[in-house]
Design a protein around this ligand. Sequence first.
Ligand SMILES: Cc1ncc(CNC=O)c(N)n1
Length: 234
Amino acid sequence: MEGSVKEVIGGGIGIGMTEKWVKKHHLLYTGATRHPLILSIRDGSVDLSAFKRWLGQDYIFVRNFVPFLSSVLINACKDSDDQSDMEVILSGLASLDDEVAWFKNEAKKWDIDLSKVTPQKANQNYCGFLESLMLPEVEYTVAITALWAIEAVYQDSFAYCLEDNSKTPQELKEACQRWGNESFGGYCQKLKKIADRRLEKAPESVLIEAEMTLLRVLEHEVEFWNMCNAEDPK
Ligand SMILES: Cc1ncc(CNC=O)c(N)n1
């Protein structure tokens, strides 16, 4: 099949839309995946209070991410042309069970009371954006592109902190491992394939919407990291 006429014509080989967009918007993509907070984790100079802020805020984000992912799952069941989409998204949803438990356990280790953490502005904005993606008029193709981008930023960022020459502090490695591991990487690849398959068949209007949505995701991710690096509001 590799390299066959069918693969080439079918678009199985060659560069997909998501990759084209990442190249086109590489400054913003790099801004999200090589943020100063990530670079500081990787070189070991990270301010632990920034990490703690991230932990508390991301717990809230993940709780809001559950209904979003559920909504993408429903969309896939209703609108997808491929039955396996549902299985990929379901696997992501299933892993959030463990993820929420991990946050609670990690918060204990760092002496953070999650019930006292309130979402900061950038987090509120990002969660509001997730909610807007759950509106009935949002196309499955747009929602799956957003989902791929949200997951890919975390996978790319944290995998970078785990590379051989990185100096990531031992106590942060488990967090990096959650999203930087190969299995999460495989999940992101599957999401990317789904997004590329849908985008390939999408009309121009949906393509524009999906590209705009990718840019919004990247901006929200940058703002989220910025929020963690900034002092708490007085
Ligand atoms: C701000 C943000 N973006 C992406 C992820 C990764 N998805 C689910 O865990 C996350 N946890 N937080």
